[in-house]
Write a protein that binds this ligand. Sequence first.
Ligand SMILES: [Zn+2]
Ligand SMILES: [Zn+2]
Length: 86
Amino acid sequence: MRKPQGYLVGTSLDGLVSEADTFTCSHCQKIVIVKPMCDPADIGGRCGMCDSLICQNCVGHECIPWEEKMKQLEASYEARRSYGLI
Ligand SMILES: [Zn+2]
Ligand SMILES: [Zn+2]
């Protein structure tokens, strides 16, 4: 299941932001607004590990796709629960 990219509903600035002008960072799920004609390096980049668009904050960081992070969280939750800590 892959989420469709580029949805910004109801929060557009004067209707100038269309769905084609955004992408969701694959690492932190931040919605990044892509300004027309801007330098791709200004808005982030593409992660070579998961081959997805990522925001500026995530450029140069370790590749941990959101789904992977959620899985890790779930796994640690399950582990703690199985130890009776929750
Ligand atoms: Zn990000
Ligand atoms: Zn990545």
